[in-house]
Design a protein around this ligand. Structure first.
Ligand code: AMP
Ligand code: MG
Length: 342
């Protein structure tokens, strides 16, 4: 997802690559300085990190620091890496609490807040379903109802126990599992921005596999332009946003899915029934915070158009754009005015 990339990772990637090229070669010397971009694979996705600074060396210093920060976070939150704190928590489910870094503890606490806000539509303990719904090409048939019912019993954010005194996380039941697929890239984008801003970079952009945050402006003083991927054709952009200090994050059913007997099952799971969500093709969330945008994009996807839209319209400073399965485009209350040109 993603916007500015939001929605179409590929097209966005392409556009950004184009943008970077223009910035990197043609704009040097303008009022704001020069910009440089690094494209690389991190957290299993295509990332782009762009810095605007007075000279190229300053850009690269900041870009490298931003990338190191993302790699550090990946080590902390990965559930694939058996040595991560997250994997230790998962292995110890139903056995014992695990002491973790304050950072991981806080991330889980914020994830639980989003679960509360969304009445459980967003739930990092959805991950017990990872064992059944596999999107790596190995799933040949829909998992048995009985297996889904068993895994469903292991989902429940209320049973992710946090102890602030000892900074421990305890998953109450054996087999429970947490995963940060719906929030980790947004968090990493926020952190990379923070590190780069701390180094004096007043304009830049981090595109974490389509979850994007931008600050300041392009070297010529114009706002960053973000293309939202067309969920029907990842190679196309269907809408553009001009942003300065915003995160644009998209959840899309086209990102990871499996086709079984002509039906598409996508990677966002409804924690209330254990099945992939239907009804929506993509949700783009615009807010000042990439982690929040990331979490809410997944949440609105699960909540569906009515409840999802009602939630976003209740929240100040957060807008969304939903594309339904039947290709209706639904903007939140203020999006039309601010960003969206049909
Ligand atoms: P995103 O692209 O941000 O919407 O994240 C989707 C990813 O989040 C999936 O690939 C899963 O790893 C994870 N996920 C799936 N369903 C949920 C859910 N209901 N709550 C939290 N995370 C989920
Ligand atoms: Mg998300």
């Amino acid at each position: 997802m993603s916007v500015s990339c939001v929605m179409g990772r590929k097209i966005l990637g392409f556009l950004f690559a184009l943008g970077s090229l223009m910035l990197g070669t043609g704009v040097s010397g303008l009022a704001q300085g020069v910009s440089q971009t690094k494209v690389l694979k991190l957290m299993g996705s295509r990332f782009e990190v762009t810095a605007v600074a007075e000279n190229e060396a300053a850009c690269w210093n900041a870009i490298n620091a931003g990338i190191a920060e993302i790699q550090r976070i990946e080590k902390l939150i990965s559930s694939w890496d058996p040595n991560s704190q997250t994997s230790m928590v998962n292995r110890s489910a139903g056995i014992k609490p695990i002491a973790v870094d304050q950072e991981l503890f806080d991330l889980v606490a914020r994830a639980k807040k989003v679960s509360k806000l969304t009445d459980g539509a967003f739930d990092i303990s959805y991950a017990s379903m990872d064992r059944l719904w596999k999107f790596d090409g190995t799933l040949a048939q829909v998992p048995a109802d009985s297996a889904i019912t068993r895994a469903l019993a292991l989902i429940g954010y209320q049973r992710i126990m946090l102890d602030g005194e000892s900074t421990t996380i305890f998953l109450q039941d054996k087999g429970m599992k947490i995963g940060f697929g719906a929030i980790g890239k947004g968090y990493a984008a926020n952190r990379a921005r923070m590190v780069m801003k701390g180094m004096g970079i007043t304009s830049g952009l981090v595109n974490a596999g389509g979850d994007l945050i931008a600050w300041g402006q392009q070297p010529d003083g114009s706002p960053w332009r973000i293309g939202i991927t067309d969920p029907n054709n990842r190679e196309e952009v269907y809408s553009w946003l001009s942003i300065n200090d915003q995160a644009v994050v998209t959840s899309g059913d086209y990102e990871r899915f499996v086709m079984i007997e002509g039906h598409r099952y996508s990677h966002i799971i409804d924690p209330r029934n254990g099945y992939p969500v239907k009804g929506i093709k993509s949700v783009t969330i615009i807010s000042p915070d990439a982690e929040l945008s990331d979490a809410l994009a997944t949440s609105v996807f699960v909540l569906g158009e009515d409840l999802g839209l009602a939630l976003i319209n209740k929240l100040m400073g957060i807008e969304c754009l939903i594309v339904t399965d039947d290709n209706r485009l639904i903007p939140s209350g203020k999006l039309y005015l601010n960003y969206y040109k049909p």
